[in-house]
Write a protein that binds this ligand. Sequence first.
Ligand code: ADE
Ligand code: ZN
Length: 322
Amino acid sequence: MAGEVNVPKAELHCHIEGAAMPALVQKIAKREGIDVSAIIDARGQYVWSDFTTFLAAYDLASSVFRRPGDYAQLSETYFRMLAAEGAIYGEIFISPDHATAAGLSYKAYVEGLAAGIERAKAETGIEGRMIAIGVRHFGTAAVERVAREVIANPHPLVTGFGLAGDEREGHPANFAKAFRMAGEAGLGLTAHAGEFGGPESIMAALDFLRVRRIGHGVRAIENKALVERLAEERIVLEVCPGSNVALGVYPVLRFHPVNLLRRAGVRVTLNSDDPPFFHTTLGREYAQVSRTFGWTDEDQRAVTRTAIEAAFCDRGTKERLL
Ligand code: ADE
Ligand code: ZN
């Protein structure tokens, strides 16, 4: 069920390689002579069993995209699908490390993705931006390299810098320099925290990385003082409920804290993270959360407004979308 298309939606947290449909990965893998049978089963579904094997499946799926045109197809397909579900705005996480590993330069990667975003906009009107991420389990030097590359090659659609990867590795302090450089260059900042890490991982991201947006952040619910701090400081959480349930952070959506966080005054947004890996879409996230917690169309519109307010885009674009 795609949800109510008439409610305008906006997304701040989706990994573009994690948005690749298995059929597209299979098609390009065949062209490149890459065996993806370990991560895509006979029914054409991604196969993984926990966060570690999910990250490995994501790495292999990412590795098939080798040409700028592959990335253009990937972003165009994704943004067209978002628009078809009623989205007016989307930010995608892009991973220069994964593109480099596949043999592409940063510039070619970004230009490919940008071409797809522009084509989708021309057809549907949807606005798109990119957030370049460092992968924390690749280490401090790799994350700083991404920051330097993004700063040295500015692109109008790359408006943010972020940190993803295995939260169980690397203290946020290790990435403070990369975030300081990116922030001084005018990029919006966000970091994954409080997905597998506890409340302390969120506090550390706020204190060491100076972010005003947190990827996930849902485990803040375990610390009342932190919930109050998030509300008071107007920090925006990029909440991905379907991802959290699929990865076992919560057993079922009913037990997910998104509604409690919102009721406590925390600014939350809804996002799909890596949609086909988690059998979700942005529309499904809006629909399922709304059905589970009784959110009205007005509640959903308010969540979209929060996303636009927190978006890493210029004021004129925001005013047009709000
Ligand atoms: N990279 C892709 N998806 C991710 C997630 N859910 N958490 C951390 N890193 C990721
Ligand atoms: Zn994520």
